[in-house]
Design a protein around this ligand. Structure first.
Ligand SMILES: [Mn+2]
Length: 327
């Protein structure tokens, strides 16, 4: 007997194309999901697990939902899922019944993994315990054991799926995260599968436990790291002892240079640099003990006796520029 799982995460389904992409994004995601269905069939998987952020928003349009839920309902194995931050209103799992994901679960398109409620998958004499943790506003901020550590009860192996910022090392001090080393000894899950961190991380083996995030199935931004990354899925085979897994890069995922475009990011970086040189230039041309540009405009206007209309026009333009930078 075999028991195999397929893991994918962060599909961010939406009806239009993100700014950093040059392809038709909905068409690309549909093709990727068809490839995933083919892999599930080819490997004879018993269940598919989605790590959250199914949709890019909690309430996608009916046309988009219909097209993609139809793809998921034709998957060759049942699909288990947890909610990602994008699937929820206000990052609150209590809102799930008002979301498209919640509706899809009610209609039987997905099995929702409720936190604290293990689900058991059986094939012959193999028993796998499956648990999940949705994203929520306190994840990676409260005691990480509450979200990342599970006990393994009456099973051959335990799998825990989490939509949270699980990382090998912090990548930005301002982003709440949980380090693998902080939970690795606490959890009894043999496989901790995570989504949310779109770039994924290298597979971590801690004793006999694995921590895996293959990265998002889609590249929604043209970050430098995304230019090099090819989205993958994971297949775990529990018929072997110890269980074996492999990551499979998608053939339908084209190289970043063919589907991503960094022009808008580079343009923004260029503008930011020019902007800061401009501010420095003004500050060095006078003895201004100030930081805000509005203040500089006010000082120049009163020093040079400018008309009220000119000052207001300058402030209006400044507001427009600031709006562009905070986009
Ligand atoms: Mn995501």
């Amino acid at each position: 007997m075999t028991l195999k799982l397929l893991f994918l995460t962060d599909t961010h389904i939406r009806g239009n194309t993100p700014r950093g992409r040059t392809d038709n994004f909905p068409e690309t995601v549909a093709n990727k999901l068809k490839e995933v269905a083919g892999l599930a069939e080819e490997h004879g998987v018993d269940a598919i697990i989605h790590g959250g952020d199914l949709f890019d928003s909690p309430g996608p349009s009916l046309a988009v939902s219909r097209q993609f839920l139809s793809i998921f309902s034709k998957m060759p194995a049942p699909v288990y899922i947890i909610a990602g931050n994008h699937d929820l209103f206000g990052q609150n799992p209590a809102t799930i019944h008002r979301t498209m994901l919640g509706l899809a679960v009610e209609l039987g398109c997905f099995h929702l993994l409720d936190p604290g409620v293990p689900c058991y998958l059986r094939s012959g004499n193999i028993v796998i315990q499956l648990t999940g943790q949705h994203f929520h506003y306190d994840i990676d901020k409260r005691n990480p054991e509450l979200d990342y550590a599970v006990s393994s009860l009456s099973c051959d192996a335990a799998v825990h799926v989490v939509h949270g910022m699980l990382l090998e090392r912090p990548f930005h001090p301002d982003v709440a995260h949980t380090l693998i080393e902080s939970i690795a000894d606490k959890t009894e899950a043999d496989f901790t599968l995570s989504g949310h961190a779109h770039l994924g991380f290298r597979d971590i083996k801690w004793g006999e436990k694995y921590f895996i995030n293959p990265g998002a199935l889609v590249r929604t931004s043209a970050l430098k790291e995304e230019m090099k990354r090819i989205p993958s899925i994971v297949i775990i085979d529990f018929s072997k002892t110890p269980p074996q897994y492999k990551k499979i890069p998608l053939e339908s995922a084209l190289p970043g240079s063919q589907v991503l475009n960094r022009d808008h990011i580079e343009q923004l970086e260029f503008q930011k640099e020019k902007f800061s040189l401009f501010v420095q230039g003004i500050q060095s041309s006078g003895d201004y003990q100030i930081t805000g540009l509005e203040e500089i405009i006010n000082i120049i206007a009163s020093r040079d006796g400018l008309q009220k209309e000119i000052k207001e026009e300058a402030l209006r333009k400044l507001a427009l520029v600031q709006e562009e930078f905070t986009e």
